[in-house]
Design a protein around this ligand. Structure first.
Ligand SMILES: [Zn+2]
Length: 214
């Protein structure tokens, strides 16, 4: 079998599919045509394809000495929902458009591909605890998880509560909806995050963060 494909070969195949102005046609038989896609297909136009970058840009905190984890952990830091000696769960205090949006990070500097074995061993149980607590919330139908890591180098896994019975928000287009929804007020963020923090404390020890102590 041949080696895995190069990015140049991958990119060339996309270029071969471009239309005028280096734009791809909207794939109306795929997600843009689904009921859950938030935008009307008639108004859509895909941006012209950008050239391949020369290199991947460095991310925030690529080097551990430049990362937030180089400073001592503060269990009272703003935005903290829960933490113990090894992990923390944070949220945006200004709220997202979803009932709950949290991110889990180890206090040890690593990303998913560089996760030490002992950190990885705790990762699974934490994901299960957080996921179960989010799906128990009365305004949540399902939890969605995302790991991007294109901005910050230090591992942060997102947990997003898909609103209950809002079936238009199912699946991967939920984030496109989220950007356009009104922000959830801070007191509601606190009320929704508190049961998650309590579940984490019960199973994994640690402390409630300032977001949920109010
Ligand atoms: Zn770090």
């Amino acid at each position: 079998m041949d080696s895995p494909e190069s990015i140049d070969d991958y990119y060339a195949r996309i270029e071969a599919a471009l239309g005028p102005e280096r734009r791809l046609p909207v794939a109306i038989e795929e997600m843009p045509g689904w009921d859950i896609f938030p935008f009307e297909v008639d108004s859509l136009r895909i941006k012209p394809l950008a050239p391949l970058a020369d290199t991947e840009p460095a991310r925030r905190g690529e080097d551990a000495v430049d990362c937030w984890c180089d400073r001592p952990h503060d269990p009272d830091a703003a935005g903290l929902v829960w933490s113990n000696d090894r992990w923390k769960v944070s949220t945006d205090v200004d709220g997202s458009g979803l009932p709950i949006m949290l991110w889990l990070s180890p206090l040890t500097h690593c990303d998913l591909p560089t996760m030490p074995t002992d950190v990885a061993a705790e990762f699974g149980p934490l994901v299960a605890t957080i996921s179960a607590a989010i799906e128990d919330l009365p305004s949540v139908g399902r939890v969605q998880l995302a790991k991007y890591g294109d901005g910050g180098a230090h591992l942060h896994l997102f947990f997003m509560g898909r609103p209950l019975r809002m079936l238009q928000l199912r699946g991967s287009p939920m984030l496109d909806w989220e950007e356009n929804l009104p922000r959830v007020p801070a007191d509601v963020v606190a009320r929704n995050a508190r049961p998650v923090a309590e579940a984490l404390t019960a199973v994994h020890g640690g402390h409630l963060g300032p977001v949920v102590r109010a």
